[in-house]
Design a protein around this ligand. Sequence first.
Ligand code: FES
Length: 109
Amino acid sequence: MGRYRYHIFACTNQREPDHRRGSCTARGSEEILKAFREELKQHPVPQPFRINKSGCLDACEDGPVFAVYPDGIYYRVCSREDARRIVTEHLVEGRIVTDLQILPPPELS
Ligand code: FES
């Protein structure tokens, strides 16, 4: 096993407001990241993990985007409730939260 069981990347990329792809920060990713960290404190993950801000994860239109590695799962996280579900269901119980998952584009599938 690597250093961490899970590494979570929260896109906090910011673009000009009129950019055609938008950005996760414009969709509230900084506030969601704060809520995500609070949920991590309330629901301790039994295995080592790390959460970091990241640049663009190339799923901008579906943001705010959070990616969970090494599973390679991308999530659209729009609320504190979404954050709680990812923490408790994926990180604590090991189940992918399929209804929040952003599926890869066909060229990457
Ligand atoms: S701006 Fe967040 S995925 Fe591109």
